[in-house]
Design a protein around this ligand. Structure first.
Ligand SMILES: [Zn+2]
Length: 816
């Protein structure tokens, strides 16, 4: 141990002794952030004196095998008797061989090689597992040393690199202080073949970006960025415990939030959580980096140590408990925090809440799959109106503030929107629902607001600047009714098709950013430009959204009340259902509310185009990978926007195809509705996975859909959900008369560009002489083949005008 560290340690020990002695008299002084001595030792870690030489040593971590051919391993200094890192210098190689064919394919797409095999001359390892013991045992006496700069480079990358900013020291502290060291293993691989900035994570608590999955390989090179592969630990997979929930679950949040006129946010959160494992000493949260934690206390007022580094760095918020929790222990942590930038004052009484899921201390691996209850109090400047998630309990002016209290049962996230709003509302009886529409009296400083790019529900192209556009004093208030009507009709339509949502109220609110919309339980944010007509949008340079975006932004966001909130999702693998189903719901709106068949068909054309057009990197979204790869798909190779162009349109198509397969000439959409009602009812207020949805479709599938005779939908899910199939069809037909005088329909359907197992039900439509479009039936085609048939059209006097395949885009296929 170096002398300087001893000194620091002594000082810290003195400080904490001091705070202990005052505690009895006064409310205890809050802890200084990042002052925990063990954390400080990890933060300032350097190489120790221990080293071994290695020769043909294999280190196996799940699907990764490190082969250290020859070289030296130097260990970091121990902290609390635990060695948490090593530097390797020499000649080595890593093979990564995921068990899942789809993950091997994903790696191959990026490396263009069958096997992922990386060579390196040096390696930095960080761990809380048995790596130290394993390397020490297999090593011999060391002759040389290692470059300590390599360790510092890895620390710098984690802390400051724009792509990372992940507090690995805090994560390692969880293992060092906890009674169960855990199996964390992180490798910084200075690869020679693929990239010099590769990172392999094996984290039983869930790897960054891909939790609950534990194994992840990524690059953090700005020019070659991406999550190359990720999957569950083999162990988790075989035990079937793959839906890991992290180390603690938040049960309840009591949030007291004040937002000043200048948008400064001051919050006090009482967060009640339950430990999901034994021996937990450190609890990670997600909190917007510029919201600075001022104090953390336990329920009785005892100050708790916490970690939150500079907002520009690895600012992850973690709380350190004085003693370990056992599985099932309940605890309430009170966090006082505040700062600017989480909300922005955009002028004219408009406020833009930037931090949507982390304006309060939320779960570390936040997803829309974990439900908690909320009690919220908001204090905002008077004359402002707020809309939040939950039920409004009370609202009144107190001094210079408008104070409102909100309460909600289980929901996946909480949020708010406020401003100098005008509001109109309508009460529905069937279903019982209160729909409200909020818009601002004055326009904001839109030019400034357009610079904020968020990643939720981004339209397909980037925002255009509105510089030079003359906005005048355009108020969106007169257009409140438009959003109100669309919201009301959407709620009624989706209740009919999907069954009741978990909510009884919906506030549709205007936000000043034009390039995305978003939905939280009972609250949606609609981009202000939606309220404008296409002429004004053109003037503002916002034409890019004309391909469907502006037409369906409200119906899409309202549909998230069902998809993402009433029914949650646990991981990025299942997010395609949230976005895809919301998009498909918007198609129902066009077809059944607007009653515009051409718009409906145009909608599916647009969706297909999104999937099939090439981006500037030359990729078609449909080829980049299956929808279950979600946001992991976007990387610098396939293009940043690939996921947006994949999971929305293809997810929509998947549900649309199921609807069209279930459609019946006699009962119409009844079977589809029954399926969706059952799905929503079964998964209300909990997360559903892709497999849960598949099982639901199998429960309600028609006889005709049973193409493999096993009451399974594997054929369809393997083709479109887990696969990237895109069949082509050719259709030849003619009409003549049979001897009885009936119209005889001769047809030939040819399926191509698929594998031999590819099966599909291909609907055949007839446009009758009177103009009606009827579904004649479905052809079952397997592999690259043709089927030919002669069908007598009994009772039909006049020959149909024409015959068509998949008139309603019933099958996602290459355009003819
Ligand atoms: Zn969405």
């Amino acid at each position: 141990m170096s002398a300087s560290r001893c000194i620091r340690l002594l000082v810290l020990v003195c400080l904490s002794a001091l705070s202990l002695s005052v505690k009895a008299i006064e409310p205890a002084t809050p802890m200084v952030p990042n002052s925990d001595p063990t954390y400080q030792q990890l933060r300032n870690l350097s190489l120790g004196s221990e080293a071994v030489s290695v020769n043909n040593v294999n280190l196996r971590r799940d699907a990764a095998t490190f082969h250290l051919r020859s070289g030296t391993v130097c260990f970091v200094a121990p902290v609390q008797g635990k060695v948490t890192g090593a530097v390797f210098v020499g000649d080595g190689n890593m093979i990564l061989d995921p068990r899942q064919a789809s993950e091997r394919a994903s790696l191959k797409l990026l490396t263009k090689e069958d096997e992922f095999s990386e060579n390196f001359n040096h390696l930095v390892l960080r761990f809380t597992d048995g790596t130290y013991e394993e390397l020490k045992k297999s090593g011999g006496a060391a002759s040389g040393g290692c470059d300590g700069g390599l360790l510092h480079d890895s620390q710098n990358a984690m802390r400051h690199d724009r792509m990372l900013k992940y507090n690995l020291d805090g994560r390692i502290l969880e293992g060092v202080l906890g009674s169960d060291p855990g199996g964390l293993f992180v490798a910084f691989i200075h690869g020679k073949r693929y990239n010099g900035k590769e990172l392999l994570f094996v984290d039983p608590h869930g790897a960054p970006n891909v939790a609950p999955e534990e194994v992840e390989l990524m690059t953090y090179d700005e020019n070659k960025l991406g999550l190359w592969t990720s999957f569950h630990l083999e162990d988790e997979e075989t035990k079937g415990t793959a839906l890991h929930q992290g180390i603690a679950r938040i049960e309840h949040q009591k949030l007291d939030t004040t937002i000043e006129k200048n948008a400064n946010l001051q919050g006090k959160a009482s967060t009640t959580l339950v430990a999901l494992q034994d021996g937990i000493r450190v609890i990670p949260f997600s909190l917007f980096p510029s919201l600075r934690v001022q104090s953390v206390t336990a329920e009785g007022g005892q100050p708790l140590a916490f970690i939150q580094e500079d907002k520009k760095d690895d600012a992850d918020f973690r709380v350190i408990l004085p003693k370990a929790l056992a599985k099932g222990d309940k605890l309430t942590i009170i966090t006082v925090y505040g700062g600017k930038e989480a909300v922005v004052n955009t002028g004219g009484g408009n406020y833009f809440p930037i931090a949507r899921e982390d304006w309060y201390p939320n779960g570390a691996n936040f997803s829309l799959g974990e439900y908690a209850s909320y009690d919220m109090t908001f204090r905002i400047p008077k004359n402002m109106k707020i809309a939040a998630t939950g039920d409004l309990v009370s609202e009144q002016n107190e001094g210079g503030e408008s104070v409102s209290v909100w309460k909600s049962g289980r929901q996946p996230v909480a949020g708010f929107n406020f401003g100098k709003f005008k509001m109109q509302e309508v009460k529905l009886d069937k279903p019982e629902y209160l729909v409200q529409s909020y818009a601002n009296e004055e326009p904001p400083d839109v030019i400034k607001s357009l610079l904020h790019v968020a990643n939720e529900d981004l339209p397909t192209q980037g925002p255009h600047m509105m510089e030079g556009a003359a906005l005048g004093n355009m108020s969106t208030v007169p257009l409140i009714k438009k959003a109100l009507a669309e919201g009301q009709l959407s709620v009624q339509l989706y209740t009919d098709y999907f069954g009741p949502s978990a909510y009884k109220r919906l506030a549709i609110t205007q936000q000043t950013s034009c390039n995305y919309g978003q939905s939280w339980p009972e609250l949606v944010w609609i981009p202000m430009c939606y309220f404008y007509d296409s002429t004004i949008r053109h003037q503002l340079g916002m034409d890019w959204g004309d391909r469907g975006y502006w037409k369906s932004v409200t119906s899409h966001e309202v549909a998230h009340q069902w998809w993402g909130h009433t029914v949650g999702f646990n991981s990025y693998r299942d997010q395609w259902m949230s976005e895809g189903f919301a998009e498909m719901s918007a198609s129902l709106y066009l077809q059944l509310i607007e009653k515009n068949p051409q718009k409906f068909i145009g909608f599916w054309n647009d969706q297909r185009e999104l999937l099939l057009e090439r981006d500037k990197e030359g990729w078609r979204a449909i080829d980049a990978g299956p929808v279950t790869m979600g946001y992991r798909m976007s990387n610098s190779r396939t293009g940043e926007g690939v996921t947006r162009r994949l999971i929305y349109p293809k997810g929509a198509y998947i549900l649309h195809m199921i609807r069209m397969m279930m459609w019946d000439r006699r009962t119409g959409d009844e079977n589809f509705k029954t399926t969706m009602h059952d799905f929503v009812q079964t998964y209300t207020n909990r997360a559903a996975s892709t497999e849960d949805f598949k099982a639901m479709v199998e429960k309600h599938m028609t006889q005709e859909m049973d193409l493999e005779g096993n009451r399974k939908m594997d054929w369809f899910f393997n083709e479109y959900v887990y696969g990237t199939s895109l069949p082509s069809y050719k259709f030849n037909y003619s009409f003549d008369r049979d001897p009885a005088g009936d119209v005889l329909f001769n047809l030939k359907v040819t399926q191509s560009n698929v594998d031999d197992k590819f099966r599909m039900l291909v609907p055949i439509y007839l446009e009758l002489a009177d103009g009606r479009m009827v579904n004649l039936g479905r052809a079952h085609v397997t592999g690259n083949t043709s089927i030919e048939q002669k069908v007598p059209l009994k009772g039909l006097k006049d020959a149909p005008k024409r015959a068509l395949l998949s008139y309603y885009d019933d099958v996602l296929a290459a355009p003819n």
